[in-house]
Design a protein around this ligand. Structure first.
Ligand SMILES: [Cu+2]
Length: 389
């Protein structure tokens, strides 16, 4: 039985390691006064997390992580060297938190104390640690060269995806962990691995955030964004409209749209793309937003990009309006779509169920043959940047 707060903090790494290792953790309800529970687990004061397992009662996050990894069936064959490297990563994470803590960030987060917060120091600490992590990350596969992520890879997932406290460190320091490419792709690979993907998607603690206030709203004004030749805008030169987003809790965002001039009647692909770069019209907005390294699918599928919103229905008058609710579109935190783009396509999105025979070929996706990449949704007829309202 594992006891911790509902947010990521120092409890999250244990949960990630349990998931990767195939250990089913039970979560205990924290008593209102936890003094006795903590004391019985060997803790000073009311420190958490604490763990009970049969006769075992213990505390200290790193010790609990080690214990869970040792009993994990998926890690049964891990050599001692790998266990050592895993422990090293865990210790680095603790040292990083301690370094960041010296900059007054927790006083700022919990008490609004701006006077004693040293932003430059926080940024320097993060740059120091991420420089190290980048150096320790493999270009491919996982840290210990195993077929599945181990605790070291779980550290990368934690640092990249956990809202509390990590994304508050980054936001307040003006720091972007996505600037570390090997680290970013290791975190994405590990999060997308079969042993972690379910956990990462459904965990309420990983991206849960005590400091985010809902609702959050955003708008996106879409249009052809110039470049009438070459990027599809000529197929519906007057396509324009507005898309609004409202996130009401950690896993619910309502997306409403009103589009006109969308050309032919019928279904048109409708996505969030990675970037709001329109330097080459809608063509330069990048692929579907896909932080979890998945393949293209329908909004209700488990295997889908975060940006996969399916189709909108355009009438004979070229207009479309409607709304959907989605669980993966977020307006804050590590997988926020703010600063990314909405895209309207000329053709129907086949939702990953069409011709995919050229998906593996080099070069840009070839429309009509890349169902699991683009949904074969054709030209990009309107796009715009998603901005906080
Ligand atoms: Cu698209």
């Amino acid at each position: 039985m594992f006891y911790y707060s509902p947010y990521a903090g120092r409890g999250e790494l244990t949960k990630l390691i349990a998931s990767a290792g195939g250990v089913e953790l039970e979560f205990g309800a924290m008593p209102e006064d936890r003094k006795d529970l903590c004391a019985s687990c060997g803790a000073v004061g009311t420190g958490i997390p604490v763990l009970t397992h049969g006769d075992l009662k213990m505390c200290q996050s790193q010790a609990i992580q080690t214990y869970i990894a040792l009993i994990a069936p998926n890690f049964a064959g891990l050599p001692p060297q790998a266990r050592g490297i895993d422990a090293m990563w865990g210790a680095h994470v603790e040292d990083m938190i301690a370094d960041c803590g010296k900059t007054g960030i927790f006083g700022l987060l919990f008490g609004g104390d701006t006077a004693n917060f040293k932003q430059d120091d926080l940024k320097a600490a993060l740059e120091k640690w991420f420089g190290l992590f980048e150096r320790l990350c493999p270009a491919e596969g996982f840290v210990n060269g195993q077929g599945i992520p181990t605790a070291a890879d779980c550290c990368a997932v934690l640092l990249y995806f956990a809202a509390f406290p990590f994304w508050h460190f980054y936001a307040n320091a003006g720091f972007d962990p996505a600037q570390y490419p090997k680290f970013k792709s290791l975190a994405g690979r590990a999060a997308a691995s079969p042993v972690l993907r379910k956990y990462v998607e459904t965990s309420t603690s990983l991206m849960g955030d005590p400091f985010t206030k809902y609702p959050i709203t955003a708008v996106c004004v879409v249009g052809p964004n110039g470049k009438v030749c070459g990027d599809g805008a000529e197929q519906a030169p007057g396509c324009a409209g507005k898309v609004t987003f409202e996130q009401t809790d950690a896993n619910t965002t309502k997306i409403s749209w009103e589009i006109s001039g969308a050309g032919k009647e019928g279904l048109h692909g409708f996505h969030v793309h990675e970037k709001a770069d329109f330097s080459n019209g809608c063509a330069s907005a990048g692929p579907h937003y896909n932080p979890f390294f998945k393949t293209h699918g329908a909004p209700g599928d488990e295997e889908r990009h975060v940006g996969d919103l399916g189709n909108i229905t355009v009438g004979a008058d070229g207009k479309s309006s409607g709304s959907i609710t989605d669980k993966l579109i977020k307006l804050s935190g590590p997988t926020s779509v703010i600063g990314r783009s909405v895209m309207v396509h000329a053709d129907e999105d086949d939702l990953g169920k069409g011709d995919n025979s050229k998906a593996g070929e080099a070069g840009p996706p070839q429309n009509g043959f890349v169902s699991k990449v683009t949904g074969n949704a054709g030209a990009r007829i309107a796009c715009g940047e998603i901005k906080l309202a």
